[in-house]
Design a protein around this ligand. Structure first.
Ligand SMILES: *Cc1c(COP(=O)(O)O)cnc(C)c1O
Length: 361
C-alpha cells in the first residue's frame, strides 16, 4: 500500500490497495549456496545461462544506469521496452471509463492504442502548424471544468516521433507546473538531441515520469529494455504492478554489456547525426520533395507530393520507409530512419531513379 507519497491521490484505488505478488527471487536475493526456492531446473540446455529466473528488480543494471544518469536506482523502473512502462503508467493512474489522457498529435501511436486498450479516453490537443506545443490551448484545457479531476496523464514526446523536433525545456516546465496529473516525458530519441534532457525534473516534481530506452541509440531494439525515471514512490508502484520477471536474463546481460560500450555509443550518435544532416540536404534536392523537417532524432520527416507512391516505388527496390501521410498535419509525409552510410547512399540512388507525379485527390 502506498502511504507516504504525494502521488497517492492520483493513483487508482485498486492500485493503491494492491497487495503485490512476492516472487521467490523477491523474497530472497542474497548470495546463497543453493537455491531450491523457485522450482527452476538445476541445469540449462542452451549456451545461455537462462535456467535461473532473472533478478526481478534488475539491481545490477539499475546501479550501472543510475551512475551513468546521475540518479539513484530507486528512481529507475526497467521494463520490456519503454512500451511496457507506458502501459503500466496508464493502468496505475487512469481509471477505466472515466479518467482521461492528453496526447498531442502527430505523435507516437502507442499512447493512443494503450489508452484505448485500457478504456481511457484520449483528449487530443494537436501540435501547432510548426509542430510546437499549443501552450495556450493546453492551459485552457487543463482548467476546463468539464475535465476537473479527470485529466490524469499528459504524454509529451520530445524529441517527438514522427516530427523529429524537441520541445523547449521551458515549455515542458510550464506543462509540468500546470498539469493536474502525471506528465510523461518520452525521451526515446533524447540521445540524438543536442539540448538538455528533462530527466532532472524528477528530482523536484513528483508528477513527472521520464521515459528512455535501449532500443534506439543503444542499438538494442531486439532485447526490449526500456526505462522509466521518476520519484521513488512512482517507481515502487510500477514495480508492484509489473510482471514479476519482466526483463529476461538475456536482456539484462545485453544492457549491462551495452553500458560498457557507452563511449562507442556516443561516437556512433555523432556519426548518425552527421549522416542525418547530409541525408536531409540530399533529400531536399529531390524534385518531388516539398520539405524536409529539421530533426533532433535519428529519422527525418519528409513532405512529398505523393507519399504512398514513393513508399511503393522504394519497396519495389527493396527499401522500406514509413508512410505517415495519415497522421495529423502530415499529409504527403514519410518518415525515413537514418541508416548506415552505405544504406543512405543506396536509398539516395533509389530515390534519384524514381519519378513521381502529384497525387490526385
Ligand atoms: C521507439 C520509441 C519508443 C521505444 O519503445 P521501446 O518499447 O523501448 O522499444 C518509445 N517512444 C517513442 C516515441 C518511440 O519512438
Amino acid at each position: 500500500m502506498i502511504q507516504d507519497s504525494g502521488i497517492a491521490s492520483l493513483l487508482r484505488k485498486n492500485i493503491r490497495l494492491l497487495k503485490p505478488y512476492a516472487s521467490a527471487r523477491n523474497e530472497y536475493s542474497g548470495d546463497a549456496r543453493i537455491f531450491l526456492d523457485a522450482n527452476e531446473n538445476y541445469r540449462g540446455f542452451t549456451s545461455h545461462q537462462v535456467n535461473r529466473y532473472p533478478d526481478p528488480l534488475q539491481r545490477e543494471l539499475k546501479e550501472k544506469l543510475a551512475a551513468l544518469r546521475g540518479c539513484t536506482p530507486h528512481q529507475i523502473f526497467l521494463g520490456n521496452g519503454s512500451d511496457e512502462a507506458i502501459d503500466l503508467i496508464i493502468r496505475a493512474f487512469a481509471e477505466p471509463g472515466s479518467d482521461k489522457a492528453v496526447i498531442m498529435p502527430p505523435t507516437y501511436g502507442v499512447y493512443q492504442v494503450f489508452a484505448d486498450l485500457n478504456d481511457i479516453e484520449t483528449i487530443r490537443m494537436p501540435l501547432q502548424e510548426d509542430f510546437s506545443l499549443d501552450l495556450e490551448g493546453l492551459s485552457i484545457l487543463f482548467e476546463h471544468r468539464d475535465f476537473a479531476g479527470d485529466l490524469k496523464l499528459l504524454f509529451v514526446c520530445s524529441p517527438n516521433n514522427p516530427t523529429g523536433n524537441a520541445f523547449p525545456h521551458g515549455d515542458i516546465l510550464r506543462l509540468v507546473n500546470s498539469f493536474p496529473g502525471i506528465v510523461v516525458i518520452d525521451e526515446a530519441y533524447q540521445d540524438f538531441h543536442d539540448g538538455p534532457s528533462n530527466l532532472s525534473l524528477i528530482e523536484k516534481y513528483s508528477n513527472v515520469i521520464v521515459l528512455q530506452t535501449f532500443s534506439k541509440a543503444w542499438g538494442m531494439a531486439g532485447a526490449r529494455v526500456g526505462m522509466a525515471y521518476g520519484s521513488p514512490e512512482i517507481i515502487r508502484v510500477l514495480n508492484t504492478i509489473k510482471y514479476p520477471y519482466n526483463v529476461s536474463v538475456l536482456s539484462q546481460q545485453a544492457a549491462l554489456e551495452a553500458l560498457d560500450h557507452a563511449e562507442e555509443v556516443v561516437r556512433e550518435i555523432d556519426v548518425i547525426r552527421e549522416a542525418r544532416e547530409k541525408l536531409s540536404r540530399s533529400l531536399a534536392e529531390l524534385p518531388y520533395v516539398e520539405k524536409v523537417y529539421p530533426s533532433e532524432a535519428n529519422f527525418l520527416l519528409v513532405k512529398t507530393i505523393h507519399a504512398a507512391g514513393l513508399c511503393s516505388s522504394l519497396k519495389q527496390q527493396g527499401i522500406i520507409i514509413r508512410n505517415r501521410e495519415h497522421e495529423y498535419r502530415c499529409s504527403g509525409c514519410v518518415r525515413i530512419t537514418v541508416g548506415s552510410s552505405e544504406e543512405n547512399r543506396m536509398l539516395l540512388d533509389a530515390l534519384q531513379s524514381i519519378t513521381l507525379e502529384k497525387e490526385r485527390t
